[in-house]
Structures are given as structure tokens and as C-alpha cells.
Write a protein that binds this ligand. Structure first.
Ligand code: GTP
Ligand code: MG
Length: 438
């Protein structure tokens, strides 16, 4: 998709409210669209909600409303009309024809923001793929649009349309190529992850701009990009959070969430979002200073459901408390979420959050007595990495260890270090032998 220059353009936002949607939902969604449009540099000059029993298949809006909007477009000097609902290719085309200005839908706006923020190879591929998939069924409209822009130049009309078939097959092969590249990158990530699975994985999640990357930097002493804009982070970055903990605790920062994330995006960001699904613990970061923080919580929860991460335990972290003006609001939030952490990540040390994360894992750890034979003592290093060795005794029959780790890691130790049997099992085994022996 060609980059759409929206900086400084006047935007009119439109939502159609069908009976399945509550007025409040439409309102929240339009608020979000206002933020999204602003982050593309548009000035929102008006918002229109039309209540209709159903959408018009041709022009989305009814004809009466359409002429109203057309009037508003002229009166307010509108450059772009942005629909909160997703438009079909022909609806977009018909609307542009009747209104005489550029028409975009919610998905297109989000894709545009993502594409402006895609700074790395993988994010670029993911966004590019989502854009091509969005574009494929809309080729006809796009060419008609270009033809109109060139309008007046005799004979140019329709020349683009001849290109459609060529473009369609070009796009299809480009999609295939990008999917292959992504699969390759995702495989690389899986092998990286396999090497580290003995570590505990914590992942930051939350609405976009909540302060996830800021908290990431605080918790890991790193310098992940932080910006006051939506979707500043598109890649997942993983850093060691608590190096001396056994097993080590890793923290991942990832893409922010939003209401109705376009399915093209969720699909192409699947491998990035796997980090979230595979985590042992999620830190759900919420910007408490935002008027609509409770909606943001709901949105994040439903995206987590969508990507299959509903079962992962989570710790709520309310951020930006330095910007919460009302003491009452803060008190109410503390009362409502007694288990949650409250922080201003720009200012405070997250010592308590770190402590809570460690405590969370500590509760899930189990201890086991193990016996490692001397000939396998090279494996001792592995045991020390995968778990915490609470006691060690060097005896005749081998090294007696008390190891505390996650049940998974203890299984891993037993499977990979065959001689490290539970001491009790080992003793019983010997006992049985001596009874049956000569
Ligand atoms: N006042 C205040 N601002 C904060 C705090 N934490 C983060 N910010 C600001 O909020 C903005 C967004 O922070 P990020 O850390 O980039 O947020 P994010 O959740 O990673 O955002 P995306 O990657 O875009 O989803 C930045 O301007 C931060 O400086 C805080 O505790 N207080
Ligand atoms: Mg970020």
C-alpha cells in the first residue's frame, strides 16, 4: 500500500450503530479511533454516528445521511473521511465517489500506523503481509482511485484497470514469499526459545501506550524504545530480568493491544504474539491516568482470549500513578484491585514488582532430593542452571542434592540427566535388589 500522507489533514470520523451495538460501545470505539487518527497526524474536525437497523450494502450509510455527510465534508474542509466500521472494497469505492475525498476504514488506519512504526525486518514483513492481504480484494477500487487522481489526462482512464490482473498475481506471489520468510523467522525464534525453555518467561501485555516498554527498561536496565505514540513497539524483545534467580527469569516486551485489532494483523503477528501465549506469567500494564483505563483492561483481556492466552496467570500493574490527579480515584483502584501493583514507571524503582514476580514463581516451585552419580558429574552445571540447589552432599554413592525448581524443570532434569534419580527412588531400588539378590 502506498504510504498515505495524513499529517495535517482534516478528518471526519463516522460510525454506524446497528442494533447489535450499544451506544456506549460506539462511543468508546470512536474515542479510540480519534486517538488513532491523531497518531497519524490528522486533526479530527467532526464525528458522526448514524443509527441504522442495518448497514447499506452499497454505500454503508443511508442516502439521506450520505448527503448530510457530503455537506459536512465541504463545510468543514474535510480531507479524509474515516469509518470506524470496516468497509467492503465496493463500499469504500462508492463512498469515495460520492464524497469526493479520500475514505479510509479502521483497519486501514491501524495498518498505516503499524507500517510507519515498523522499524525492524520482522515487523516490516508482518505489516507488509497484513497490508497486502487487506489490499488484494480492493485492487479494483485502488486503481479506479488512481485513475481519478490522474483524471483529465485523456486516455488514462481505465489504463490502470488493465493492470489489475497483473497486480493480483504479483501480490499473491509476494504474499506467498512473505509468509515463507515469516515461517523461517518464526522457526528461528522457536529454536531460540527451546534453548531457553528452562527459564521462566514473563511477558508484558496491555493496551498500547500504557508504559510497557518503560517498565521493561526499568525491570531489565535496558533501553527499549519508548515513545508517546500508539504502537511504538511492534517486535517482541526478550531480556534477562533476574539473572541470579534459578531458573533465570526472562522478560519480553511486545506489541500493544487495541479494540478490534484487524484480523490481518493478528494473523501476521502470530509468531510475535506466541511469546505472550507461551509465557508463564503476564504483567498486564494499565495506564491508570487514562479516563478509559477500564475499557483498556477489557480490551486487553479480549485480545488475550483471541490469541489463546486466557489461561496464563497474570499480575496487574497500574502505571502512571504520578499523573492520576484524584487521590480518590487511586484509592478506589487500590481497593478494587487489591492484588495489583501501582507504580509510576518513569520515576519509581520496580523493586516490589520484581519481588512479586519472584514470589509468584517461588510458590510454584517444588523441591526434590536427587542423586547424581560421579561419572555424570559434568551434568552438575546443568542442574545448577535449571534449578536452585539448596543442599549438596558428596557421599560414597554419588552427589546428593536437594533441588528446587518448577515441576517442568525437575522433569527436564530427570529426563536429561538420567542418573539424577530421586534419592528416595534410588534407595528403594537398591533395597529391592538386595532382597532379591543372592
Ligand atoms: N507520566 C508518566 N508517563 C509514563 C509513565 N510510564 C510511561 N510513560 C510515558 O508513556 C508513553 C508510552 O510509554 P511506552 O513505554 O512507550 O508505552 P508502551 O506500552 O510500550 O506503548 P506501545 O509500545 O506503543 O504499545 C511514553 O511517553 C512514556 O514516557 C509513567 O509512569 N508516568
Ligand atoms: Mg512499547
Amino acid at each position: 500500500m502506498t504510504a498515505v500522507a495524513l499529517e495535517g489533514q482534516n478528518a471526519l470520523l463516522i460510525a454506524v450503530q446497528t442494533p447489535d451495538l450499544a451506544a456506549a460501545q460506539i462511543h468508546e470505539s470512536l474515542e479510540e479511533l480519534t486517538d488513532l487518527s491523531a497518531s497519524l497526524g490528522c486533526t479530527v474536525v467532526g464525528r458522526v454516528v448514524q443509527v441504522r437497523p442495518r448497514i447499506d450494502p452499497g454505500t454503508f450509510l443511508g442516502s439521506g445521511k450520505l448527503s448530510h455527510v457530503s455537506h459536512d465534508v465541504k463545510r468543514l474542509g474535510v480531507d479524509v473521511v474515516i469509518f470506524d466500521n470496516n468497509l467492503s472494497p465496493s463500499q469504500g469505492e462508492n463512498l469515495e465517489r460520492s464524497l469526493g475525498v479520500m475514505v479510509m476504514d479502521r483497519t486501514q488506519v491501524i495498518l498505516e500506523i503499524f507500517s510507519q512504526n515498523a522499524h525492524t525486518h520482522e515487523a516490516g514483513i508482518q505489516v507488509g503481509l497484513a497490508q497486502l492481504e487487506y489490499m488484494l480484494p480492493r485492487l479494483v477500487g485502488m486503481w479506479a482511485h488512481l485513475d481519478r487522481e490522474r483524471g483529465g489526462i485523456g486516455g488514462s482512464k481505465g489504463t490502470g484497470e488493465k493492470q489489475i490482473d497483473i497486480d493480483r498475481s504479483l501480490i499473491r506471489s509476494r504474499i506467498t514469499r512473505l509468509r515463507k520468510d515469516l515461517r523461517h523467522l518464526s522457526r528461528e525464534r522457536t529454536t531460540q526459545k527451546k534453548r531457553r525453555t528452562h527459564c521462566l518467561l514473563v511477558s508484558l501485555v496491555g493496551y498500547t501506550n500504557a508504559g510497557k516498554s518503560t517498565l521493561m527498561n526499568r525491570l531489565t536496565n535496558s533501553d527499549v524504545q519508548v515513545e508517546d505514540r500508539l504502537f511504538a513497539t511492534l517486535d517482541s524483545t526478550t531480556r534477562v530480568m533476574v539473572r541470579d534467580n534459578r531458573p533465570a527469569i526472562l522478560l519480553s516486551d511486545t506489541v500493544g493491544f487495541l479494540r478490534n485489532l484487524p484480523h490481518e494483523l493478528v494473523a501476521s503477528f502470530r509468531s510475535t504474539l506466541e511469546v505472550v501465549r507461551d509465557a508463564d506469567l503476564l504483567l498486564h500494564v494499565v495506564d491508570l491516568s487514562h479516563d478509559r483505563f477500564e475499557e483498556h483492561i477489557d480490551t486487553t483481556e479480549s485480545v488475550l482470549d483471541e490469541i489463546g492466552a486466557q489461561g496464563v496467570p497474570r499480575l496487574m500493574v497500574f502505571n502512571k500513578i504520578d499523573q492520576v490527579e484524584s487521590k480518590v480515584a487511586l484509592l478506589m483502584a487500590r481497593k478494587r484491585y487489591p492484588e495489583a501493583e501501582f507504580i509510576a514507571a518513569v520515576r519509581d524503582d520496580p523493586t516490589e514488582i520484581k519481588g512479586n514476580i519472584a514470589a509468584f514463581f517461588e510458590k510454584r516451585m517444588v523441591s526434590a532430593p536427587l542423586l547424581l552419580e560421579y561419572r555424570d558429574s559434568a551434568d552438575l552445571a546443568k542442574i545448577y542452571r535449571w534449578g536452585r540447589v539448596d543442599a549438596v552432599r558428596y557421599e560414597e554413592d554419588g552427589i546428593h542434592l536437594t533441588v528446587t525448581s518448577t515441576p517442568d524443570n525437575l522433569d527436564r532434569i530427570r529426563a536429561k540427566v538420567p542418573a539424577a534419580r530421586d534419592e528416595r527412588t534410588a534407595r528403594q531400588g537398591e533395597g529391592a535388589l538386595s532382597v532379591e539378590g543372592p
